[in-house]
Write a protein of this length. Structure first.
Length: 256
């Protein structure tokens, strides 16, 4: 059913080909703005706290990949307030499917798939330029980081959707947690002050996606625990899903 809904969303978006092409071009340039900012930064510095330009670009690409993937395929959750405002959520409640599943099926943003492709291109370039001694563990940790990057943004989207049960509209809290967090987490968290490192480790665990496992991947540590640190994101998903369940339980409709 999910894949059928993706097909219908793709067909509907491709009905407006000119709009799709223009939006795709804009997404292309918006994404590379962040890329060129990093390149420009390293024109002044050889490294940032011991991280070279390609190590930072690898960190950048992992976060951007997860965010772009989530925006592409989980767009319905990102716009959950629209379901409440226009009354569609009331219809979802009487259908024999879970609310999260129906929300996932409600919308995808095909234009953002170009961001996924761009993130993968930058990731491949960074991996080629870095002197990585490949083995099965390095492959595993890279896959873990990419999956964890998707899961943390999925969790944040669910968390901000839960917030909409209280405020109806997500306001700027959503942008603070997702876009704001993404822009900070695209760099290794060790470059920030201790307070930011604490938040990005124990509250919103970006550090378990592209910092601690990245240290293992780059050979900066041999601690095997860092290899499995992306699994900490699963713990973050628990309160996110629970908050959504509690909010849904207390939902009384917004009226007609």
């Amino acid at each position: 059913m999910f894949f059928e809904s993706i097909k219908m969303n793709i067909k509907s978006q491709l009905e407006y080909k000119s709009s799709f092409i223009i939006n795709s071009i804009s997404q292309f340039f918006i994404f590379f703005t962040f890329y060129f900012m990093i390149i420009a930064l390293f024109q002044k510095f050889n490294n940032i706290r011991g991280f070279t330009v390609y190590e930072v670009l690898l960190c950048f690409s992992i976060i951007q990949f997860g965010f772009a993937f989530t925006e592409t395929f989980f767009r319905g959750i990102d716009r959950f307030e629209d379901l409440i405002i226009d009354g569609r959520l009331d219809r979802y409640l009487v259908r024999p499917r879970g609310i999260l599943f129906q929300t996932l099926c409600s919308e995808i943003d095909l234009v953002k798939i170009f961001r996924i492709i761009q993130a993968l291109i930058i990731m491949v370039i960074a991996l080629i330029k870095l002197d990585i001694t490949w083995n099965i563990l390095k492959v595993m940790v890279l896959i873990f980081m990419m999956i964890a990057s998707i899961l943390i943004f999925f969790g944040l989207f669910v968390l901000t959707a839960s917030y909409c049960f209280i405020t109806v509209q997500g306001l700027e809290v959503k942008n603070l947690l997702t876009d704001g967090g993404k822009n900070l987490a695209q760099y290794p968290i060790s470059i920030y002050r201790k307070g930011v490192v604490f938040v990005f480790t124990f509250i919103i665990p970006y550090g378990f996606i592209n910092y601690y496992p990245l240290l293992y991947f780059l050979g900066k540590t041999n601690n095997i625990l860092y290899l499995f640190s992306p699994f900490m994101v699963l713990l973050f998903l628990i309160p996110c899903l629970l908050s959504f369940k509690i909010g849904l339980k207390h939902y009384n409709s917004v009226g007609s």
